[in-house]
Design a protein around this ligand. Sequence first.
Ligand code: PBG
Length: 307
Amino acid sequence: MVAETRLGIDDLIAPLFVREGIDTPQPIDSLPGVVQHTVASLRQEVRELRDLGVPSVILFGVPEHKDATGSGASDPAGIVQVALGELRAEVGDDVVVMADLCVDEYTDHGHCGIVRDDGTVDNDATLELYAAAAVAQARAGADVIAPSGMMDGQVAMIRGALDLDGHPETPILAYAAKYASALYGPFRDAVDVTIADGGDRKGYQQDPANAREAMAEIQADLDEGADMVMVKPALAYLDVIAETRATTDVPVAAYHVSGEYAMVHAAAERGWVDGDAVMAEHLLSIKRAGADLILTYAARAIAEGMQ
Ligand code: PBG
């Protein structure tokens, strides 16, 4: 009766992986319970999530071939574009189907953009790739475009490209405050990404030491036309989620990332914690901090537990 916060199934967005060129779903060792889907198994998963009441999914593609510019991200025949079309046919408007927009899954060097000879990422040249990918995703049927590459100016570029191509009403969920975190390890297993030459993303993602900078990033994305903003990861950045909620009026999403999910499973496997209870406590706390929407690999398990 006096609970201030409630976690609901309708707060959840399920991240899903779809891989090109496989016949059966492939388990991901470091993400127990999560798989790389075939297009067919993805259709089934999204149908089941809909039946459980999960309102939204976000798609990540694992292409068969990678190249320097990540061309699969904007190819109409690229795996995510194919999957978007199939999901539209499968669930219509029942599920909000989001498309993560980045190129790291599609590049042979694993960076989120075009890499110069000296190994650094060319921010402005990369924006062209994002514009093309956004248009391809919207044409294929994405309800929401969610750019995660952390290039400066990406929201304005994508907004302009979507408008020009006749998608003025397709909203943008901006990964606005995304930290260069060590918690993305299992995700990189899931999408077969290794950053070339032992590199990292500190040149474009944020420094975990900085919170004021996160607010500047969020404001910049809102000024550029973001309809919703995201903080990522979630638990180590609850202060940033709370501050974002306090200072903006748009929906705030938090990404409970792969490492956060995997750590709970690993400890539970050893019998050291009650995994279901810890997972529910963590997600409730992310909600309490101010997130309206939570992207989590636990979406299905939480929804099943609430039936
Ligand atoms: C980049 C992207 C990443 C995640 C989502 N989008 C990885 C990265 O920035 O290296 C991580 C999500 C997770 O760990 O669950 N396309």
